[in-house]
Write a protein that binds this ligand. Structure first.
Ligand code: TRP
Length: 380
């Protein structure tokens, strides 16, 4: 059995740097490691529609945005299959069969779904059918199990918020294989290896980077936009004067540095720490943090450094995006071809599933046996 990756994103907006450190950067590394036999990257438009039923245009517009972000971040269609979820109808069929293996109560206990229902105000008792939870939304963890198993994924690189989905998928796989015999592959989650990447806060220090909170830095932001956002970032509110000791924990600038800083940055951007009054020479992030804790290192300096560090990562992505934006037909062709490949892979699993469930009545050889079986019943 090979090593196979499946992961994806809902196309509800452009991807931000939280997506990047939480999952996208890892995918590119895994892709280029050559250790995986197949890599499937899915634009989950059908899942996005589960809470955007009345806004399909938003989802439709963002498919290309996410695809542009993927390709510019380094996903390579020669190595990874990029596809659109709704174009693989086998996934819906799998979902329908898996629905029988999951209880409503179990879905209600899924912490991510619980939280999302609350955030979207779905839990308010619905008058005139205005509020309430769409059934499709409630069931999306089951459809996610279909996404993962359809491609026989062994590895699912995602952020921490997706851990409950993986847990449910594993339960479904276990249940299916127990009831119908060994059929589905048991997947493992692959979480970011650094706490800062696990859940990158917004620029305002709020727990999560999210479009609705307006606290995102997008992969497609211009250098000027990034600079302005970094300048307005939340640091340590107690660090009023440069000479005051500063706090590093919970200081968003340092969280971002934890997520983005590379050893070579200290040499490359040493000039950020050369000031009119004071200058520092740092060789690693620990030294910067120690100085900040002691006092004397100002927010302007660390923000300038962060801005350089971010741009070091974002500039090549931005450049590739500009090129790809001029070649939209190529991007759609990548998705069209990828969706064809994905569909063929999912069809194999669906056939396995139907075979195991013995609902493959008209398969070669099966019909003949079925006729014999029924004939015997009636010829007594
Ligand atoms: N739920 C994921 C998100 O919100 C998207 C997604 C859909 C996904 N199906 C998946 C991720 C399967 C990993 C595996 O971004």
């Amino acid at each position: 059995m090979g090593k196979i990756i499946l992961t994806g994103d809902r196309p509800t907006g452009r991807l931000h740097i939280g997506h990047y450190v939480g999952s996208l950067r890892r995918r590119v590394e895994l892709q280029n490691s050559g250790e995986y036999d197949k890599i499937f990257i899915m634009i989950a438009d059908a899942q996005a529609l589960t809470d955007n039923a009345d806004n399909p245009e938003k989802v439709r517009q963002n498919i290309i945005e996410v695809a542009l972000d993927y390709l510019s971040a380094g996903l390579d269609p020669e190595k990874s299959t990029l596809f659109i979820q709704s174009q693989v109808s086998e996934l819906t069929e799998l979902t329908f069969f898996y629905m029988n293996l999951v209880t409503v109560q179990r879905l209600q206990r899924n912490p991510t779904v619980k939280q999302e229902i609350q955030m979207r105000g779905f839990s308010d008792s619905g008058e005139d059918n205005k509020a309430g939870t769409p059934v499709g939304f409630f069931c999306y963890p089951i459809s996610q199990a279909a996404d993962i198993t359809a491609f026989k994924a062994t590895t699912v690189p995602v952020g921490e918020d997706q851990a409950p989905m993986l847990e449910q998928t594993r339960e479904i796989v276990h249940k299916f294989n127990t009831v119908y015999g060994p059929t589905l592959v048991m997947p493992d989650i692959l979480l970011p290896d650094n706490a800062a990447c696990m859940r990158l806060p917004g620029t305002d220090g709020k727990a999560k980077m999210s479009k609705s909170l307006g606290n995102c830095i997008y992969l497609s932001d211009s250098a000027e936009e990034v600079k302005a956002k970094v300048r307005s970032m939340y640091t340590d509110p107690g660090h009023l004067q440069v000479s005051d000791p500063g706090k590093v924990e919970g200081n968003t600038v340092f969280t971002y540095l934890d997520a983005f800083c590379k050893p070579e940055h200290f040499d490359k951007f040493a000039s950020c720490f050369v000031g009119k009054k004071v200058s520092f020479e740092f060789h690693n992030l620990e030294e910067v943090k120690d100085q900040y804790r002691r006092g004397g290192l100002g927010d302007v300096m660390i923000k300038n450094f962060l801005n350089e560090v971010l741009n070091d990562t974002l500039e090549p992505i931005r450049k590739r995006r500009k090129e790809l934006e001029q070649d939209i037909s190529y991007v759609y062709e990548v998705l069209r071809k990828g969706s064809e490949v994905a569909r063929a892979a999912a069809a194999e699993t669906l056939a396995d599933v139907k075979r195991s469930m013995r609902i493959n009545y008209f398969d070669q050889g099966v019909l003949e046996a079925l006729i014999e079986e029924q004939k015997a019943k009636y010829s007594l």
